[in-house]
Ligand binder design. Structure first.
Ligand code: FCB
Length: 528
């Protein structure tokens, strides 16, 4: 890992005067960072997909309308002290009722794809039959997107298990994997005629270890073995749903060829704090195992990493894995979605006494999510941080993408399915949100993606997190990630400066693609 990239925006600012593209697109003074991207020699690969992402529980609201029942997040929000400010997803940003206007906003920004999730508790709550009204909402969304020329990119699970299933053990219960397959089939039956891009899970690390071991996310359990069971059962659910969707697609003329099926993982570089220290090296190996390899290895290679199973010895992880499970999990997939916000500096030693504790959303007691490696610490590297306290290190994203490419021969094409930053935005007197730090964050990470592509990583798209400010899980509405500001009293949407910059980046990349003569080297088409 290299650490030679400092984040002060100065390198990004160079090259401002070198390009005529700014004038061509009618850009004025505040285009510094975007210009630096345009000024670089390398074009984006042909067909590179530009989008933005959200998740059902974070934006929809209408938590108990049209047949939707509680998800674990609705129930968790009722636990005193579980969510900062006592916030709930009940209304969120009311996307459920404002969907057409929100899609119009996406079109205005020039988004080519929109990554959203469907709510299981809206579609197939508990044991009930499929709730048509729930499916109708997503059907309307898909039509609205297609009508605006925006590719729907659907995620089946972004952390909102129906509470009725949690009451039967949740993801610690193996049966939930089979219920997930039923739900996936119901959604595919309704939308498979129009949606080609399907993601089974978003960040299973969070919906297993952080939800069932750390207790920070719903359902808020602190049970290490249940967390490991959740992890394995979510993998099984991924495999069962992926196989079912592919089988269904094969029954319809033309669909199998169009189908793009994958999973989104949050992946990190576990950087040893002192690469010459054996305890730090071992800590980094453990975190790389629990954070990356416990997901990539079974999904891509049909194995669990032996060293991690050894670390988990006392939990008898192997007993959770039935005959045939690994074959069921290792399904052919067409892409891996990479969510990345920061990488991680890891140590096997206690933190120094004077270190500043990482910000936490609530005082509720929590445990380490890193089952079997609870002693590992994350010393600060004195890098700039976002409002989440997350380190800003764009080079880490480049390193990660290049490393994945080198380490996994079976790696399918990659998409950055989430990247973005929370900052404490200020609405100026003129109503504008001049969120330069977020803009700089996005541009620096895009540059890192482009460097990774130049170094051989097959990255085919980028989705900024998030379209809208929203319900940031245990942080409630306290942290804003949107490129569009939401006034939580009036629910009015205002495009932030970062959103305007992102729109210009997309427009510029699209203009480049149109200008390009022939197929640029390294393009998706050339590599296919
Ligand atoms: C990711 C989640 C997403 C959002 C961002 C900030 O881990 O997938 O829903 O909360 O973090």
């Amino acid at each position: 890992m290299t650490d030679d990239h400092t984040f002060d925006g100065s390198s990004a600012a160079s090259g401002l005067s070198q390009t005529g593209r700014g004038e061509r697109l009618g850009m004025t003074d505040d285009t510094t960072f975007r210009e630096s991207l345009a000024a670089s020699d390398q074009r984006w690969p042909a067909g590179f997909l530009w989008g933005s992402a959200t998740a059902a529980a974070q934006i929809e609201g209408a938590a108990h309308e049209d047949g939707k029942e509680d998800s674990i997040w609705d129930a968790f929000a009722r636990v005193p002290g579980a969510i900062a400010g006592g916030d709930t997803p009940e209304r969120a940003v009311d996307h459920y009722h404002r969907m057409p206007q929100d899609v119009a906003l996406m079109a205005e920004l020039g988004l080519q794809s929109y990554r959203f999730s469907t709510s299981w508790a809206r579609i197939k709550p508990g044991d009930r039959d499929v709730n048509r009204a729930g499916l109708d909402f997503y059907s309307g969304l898909v039509d609205e997107l297609l009508g605006s020329g925006i590719l729907p990119w659907l995620t089946l699970y972004h952390w909102d298990l129906p509470q009725a299933l949690e009451e039967r053990g949740g993801w610690a219960n193996r049966d939930t994997a089979y219920r997930f397959r039923d739900y996936a089939v119901a959604v595919y039956d309704a939308l498979g005629d129009r949606v080609s891009h399907w993601t089974t899970f978003n960040e299973p690390l969070c919906s297993s270890l952080i939800a069932y071991a750390a207790g920070e996310h719903a359902p808020g359990r602190r049970e290490p073995r249940a967390a490991l069971a959740a992890l394995h059962h979510q993998h099984l659910a991924h495999g069962l749903a992926a196989a079912a969707i592919r089988d269904l697609a094969a029954e319809h003329v033309g669909r199998a060829e169009e189908l793009r099926l994958g999973i989104t993982l949050n992946l990190t570089n576990a950087v040893p704090n002192d690469p010459a220290d054996a305890a730090d090296l071992d800590a980094a190996r453990r975190i790389d195992g629990l954070w990356n390899r416990m997901y990539l290895d079974p999904i891509l290679e049909g194995t669990y990493p032996a060293d991690v199973l050894e670390d988990l010895h006392e939990y008898r992880f192997e007993e959770l894995v039935h005959d045939g499970d690994l074959a069921a999990i290792r399904q052919p997939i067409d892409f891996v979605g990479v969510n990345h916000y920061h990488d991680d500096n890891v140590s096997g030693h206690p933190l120094p006494h004077d270190s500043v504790p990482a910000p936490v959303p609530t005082d509720r007691p929590k445990s380490s999510p890193f089952v079997g490696s609870e002693f590992v610490t994350f010393p600060s590297r004195s890098l700039p941080t976002t409002a989440m306290g997350w380190e800003v290190n764009p080079n880490g994203l480049r390193d990660l993408l290049v490393r994945l490419t080198a380490e996994y021969p079976a790696l399918p094409p990659l998409y950055i399915t989430e990247n973005g930053a929370a900052y404490d935005d200020v609405v100026d007197d003129d109503g504008r949100i001049r969120d330069l730090e977020r803009e700089a964050y996005i541009v620096a990470h895009l540059e890192a993606v482009r460097e990774a592509i130049a170094d051989g990583a097959d990255v085919r798209g980028y989705f900024v997190w998030s379209l809208l400010d929203n319900f940031e899980w245990a942080w409630g509405y306290a942290k804003r990630f949107g490129i569009v500001h939401v006034d939580y009293d009036t629910l009015q949407r205002t495009v932030k400066d970062s959103g305007r910059a992102y729109a210009r980046i997309i427009a510029s990349a699209a203009a480049d693609a149109t200008d390009a003569v022939g197929v640029p080297t390294g393009s998706a088409a050339a590599r296919a």
